[in-house]
Design a protein around this ligand. Sequence first.
Ligand code: ZN
Length: 297
Amino acid sequence: MNLRKTVLAGLLLSPLWAMANMPVVASFSILADITREVGGERVSVVSLVGADQDAHVFQPKPADVKKLAEAKVFVANGLGFEGWISRLSKSANFKGVTVTASNGIKPLAAAEEDGHDHADGHDHGRADPHAWHNPQYVMRYVDTIAAGLTKADAAGASYYRARAEAYKLRVKELDGWASAQFAAVPQARRKVLTSHDAFAYLGARYQIRFMAPQGVSTDAEASAKSVAQLIRQVKKEQVKAVFIENMSDRRLIDQLAKEAGAKVGGKLYSDALSAQPGGRTYLEMFHSNVMALSQSM
Ligand code: ZN
């Protein structure tokens, strides 16, 4: 058979989706990875916010509007993580399936960022969006994403279901391993300083206390007063684990560590995957974070 005939035969034998994968847009790199795991060969996923980039302060460009306009499914985190999505969806006139991956998850409330107490017990209603740092929640993300892909591509239902179940097993295994790693660390040492409040879900899952000069978003500067307070706290509690984040400016943490007499112990993957080995997928980044944390505490 000559080459042309081989190619033609191949095309005729392939199901339609193998020629044109369903275009899917994910808001940021971690979701893009999870969506690829679920969607496999039936989808073609692009991420709006790339590796080592900060989704909190992302500003969509015309090229991003075009990507979304051409997509059948848009996977976003929700919980206020992507403050820019509704405007983007409108600009793109997006009519496909929007999947809010955190759907059904009861969010942790963001810690007070302005330092004053509310006697009547109200909060500012700001949710902590970083739910992917709890693997149990990621298993729910996976189910929600599988349902969303199926909504747009019903023929793939069993394919997505099978891939979702297989991936959830790997996430569950990672969670079990992480629990065992942290179990070896005495409770009194489970204290970590990092750039922004991205790890409350991880902290709640494995009983670790995280401190950070910036709140749940990186869009506001830390105040001089809260930085000074944090330095005192780090000294007093003898926090040993101090980390920079792969998508944040490290200068503030360097300064804090210096003034508190602590040493920066390495890098955590917070809101983005990385081009570096150890951070290229969700499973890799979570594994790296657990190793870095458990060793430094
Ligand atoms: Zn964040």
